[in-house]
Write a protein that binds this ligand. Structure first.
Ligand code: NAD
Ligand code: IMJ
Length: 256
């Protein structure tokens, strides 16, 4: 029997088949979970529908996380269709392209607010929507973060501040929701070639740097991230909450 037999999970952040959220979805499906997907706009609907269909998932709900009304109707729909929820996967980030280059000191007020809203506040809003559906049976919430929230990474800039806020939010949410039997954790992934990594200047060099310097002397795959997600979303991690687990070939532990 699969680790997630009979569990219902909502996946946020599939844009295409390279998305980390999609690798997580496949892993959860293999272990028997029933899944629903939200997508960020009409432009993505068809692609997400085809992917979801390939693992027998039919529940697809539009949700731009900057819109409260979208979040309300997302959880309204989940309540209507399922009545309860066991798993929430938050795999969403966005900053204006202009903020991801040049000097951090030039971060604009608007750019800061947008990055924080989409990449950090949205986890809080999603957890607030999800917990009433998880209270009766307990639940598991995860989000995706990056080393740039802890250490300075060139060009990550305002996204680094948003990830620091996200990781702190994981701890506050874990404290709030722990008494309700809900675990909240983050996975800190090494660089992976997805849409969110496209157009980043020197991405190939970054991959080469990790290959040279990380303890495992290689980069990681989205499947490896997904296996850690599976652990955090299954009963195997029942005693773990408020944590950030690195899946980065060990890169973060190296000082020099
Ligand atoms: P991706 O582009 O496939 O996923 C990002 C998702 O965010 C997309 O599905 C996009 O539609 C969604 N999104 C953006 N704005 C949104 C909004 N307003 N409302 C709803 N959804 C919105 O790229 P990915 O690499 O799979 O990124 C997923 C997560 O993983 C992000 O949080 C990212 O920071 C994190 N991460 C990525 C890497 C990497 O190297 N790729 C490393 C560590 C962490
Ligand atoms: C992003 C920017 C700078 C350096 C980066 C990254 N490194 C890595 C990423 C080294 C690995 C990818 N990452 C971890 C992200 O969280 C990316 C978030 C992101 C990417 C884009 C690109 C397109 C856009 N806005 C974005 N907003 C957030 O317009």
């Amino acid at each position: 029997m699969g680790l997630l037999e009979g569990k219902k999970g909502l996946i946020l952040g599939v844009a295409n088949n390279k998305s980390i959220a999609w690798s997580i979805a496949r892993e959860l499906h293999k272990e028997g979970a029933e899944l629903a997907f939200s997508y960020a706009g009409e432009r993505l609907e068809e692609r997400v529908r085809i992917l979801a269909g390939s693992i027998g998932a039919g529940l697809l709900i539009p949700c731009d996380v900057t819109r409260d009304e979208d979040i309300d109707s997302l959880f309204g729909k989940i309540r209507e269709e399922w009545g309860a929820l066991d798993i929430l996967v938050h795999s969403i980030a966005f900053a204006n392209k202009d903020e991801l280059k040049g000097a951090f000191v030039d971060t604009t007020r608007q750019g800061f607010a947008l990055a924080m809203d989409v990449s950090a506040y949205s986890l809080i809003a999603m957890a607030r929507g999800a917990y009433p559906l998880m209270e009766s049976n307990g639940g598991k919430i995860i989000t995706m973060t990056y080393l740039g929230g802890r250490k300075v990474i060139p060009n990550y800039n305002v996204m680094g501040v948003a990830k620091a806020g996200l990781e702190a939010s994981v701890k506050y949410l874990a404290a709030d929701l722990g008494p309700k039997g809900i675990n909240v954790n983050a996975v800190s992934a090494g660089p992976i070639k997805t849409l969110a990594a496209m157009g980043i200047s020197g991405f190939k060099e970054i991959l080469g740097h990790i290959q040279d310097r990380s303890p495992l002397k290689r980069n990681i795959t989205a499947e490896e991230v997904a296996k850690t997600a599976l652990y955090l979303l299954s009963d195997l991690s029942s005693g773990v909450t408020g944590e950030t687990i690195y899946v980065d070939a060990g890169y973060n532990i190296i000082g020099m």
